[in-house]
Design a protein around this ligand. Structure first.
Ligand SMILES: *[C@@H]1O[C@H](CO)[C@@H](O)[C@H](O)[C@H]1NC(C)=O
Ligand SMILES: *[C@@H]1O[C@H](CO)[C@@H](O)[C@H](O)[C@H]1NC(C)=O
Ligand SMILES: CC(=O)N[C@H]1CO[C@H](CO)[C@@H](O)[C@@H]1O
Length: 212
């Protein structure tokens, strides 16, 4: 079993303006996902090879639309950042939400209603801070319809506003706003809807392009 395959290295397209990029840091990103289902130990990751690591996956409760971490993952997620910082103290960690096996209709109904988006956004920020992540990544596989794409654009706009408000409110903590990213894929033959590029460009730090 090739342990290395458990960490998928993705290509990143830097969408964003310097405004949202931490100016002190490098201008390139080398990020990888660690998936708890791979059972590859977090302590085995050579974090010195990366600038950012994404811990996958947190899920969305289908009735409350709040973010949750499965009880099986709580231990490894809560120590993830401290563990990968042992080999690379500068590493930045993000909590990834959803993934390919998560029911996309839950994303659709979360993004579709203002109060559901708010539950999701507020709980995601709380959870990221509680577990010590510096950002959040949305892996909605995949928005398929035009309303999904429109709602996704609204969601990430509101998400960005909320992360900035949270950082401003907690200015004394000195923590920068959470990074926000999303994983995207394009199957032009299957889906006719296109991503809300304007909102993504304005509100996300970068996107992770999923390639098969
Ligand atoms: C979703 O939230 C409801 C209400 O709080 C709770 O009863 C249920 O167990 C939660 N489901 C999951 C999968 O966490
Ligand atoms: C939300 O989804 C429901 C059905 O899934 C649909 O009837 C409604 O128009 C959608 N609302 C918005 C704001 O997209
Ligand atoms: C990380 C941090 O300091 N979070 C605080 C932000 O502010 C709210 C209340 O305004 C606190 O509850 C959080 O603990």
């Amino acid at each position: 079993m090739a342990a290395r395959t458990s960490i998928t290295i993705l290509f990143h397209v830097l969408l964003l303006s310097s405004k949202l990029q931490p100016s002190k840091t490098q201008n390139w990103i080398q990020a990888g996902y660690w998936y708890s289902g791979s059972e590859y130990p977090v302590s085995g990751i050579d974090s010195a090879l990366f600038t950012h690591l994404l811990c996958a996956f947190a899920y969305i409760n289908s009735s409350t639309y709040e973010l949750f971490i499965s009880s099986d993952d709580e231990q490894s997620f809560s120590t993830f950042t401290a563990t990968v910082r042992q080999r690379n103290p500068a590493i930045i960690t993000l909590l990834s939400i959803g993934g390919g096996s998560f029911d996309p209709t839950i994303f659709s109904s979360m993004a579709n209603t203002s109060s559901h988006r708010k539950s999701f956004i507020d709980s995601s920020i709380r959870t990221a801070r509680l577990y010590g992540f510096q950002g959040l990544d949305l892996m909605w596989v995949s928005p398929e319809t035009i309303p999904d794409m429109t709602n996704l654009g609204t969601l990430i706009q509101e998400w960005r506003e909320a992360t900035e408000a949270e950082a401003a409110k907690n200015a004394t903590s000195g923590l920068p706003p959470l990074l926000l990213t999303a994983a995207v894929e394009i199957f032009p033959i299957i889906y006719s809807a296109t991503y809300p590029v304007n909102s993504m460009e304005k509100n996300l730090n970068w996107v992770n392009v999923m390639a098969l």
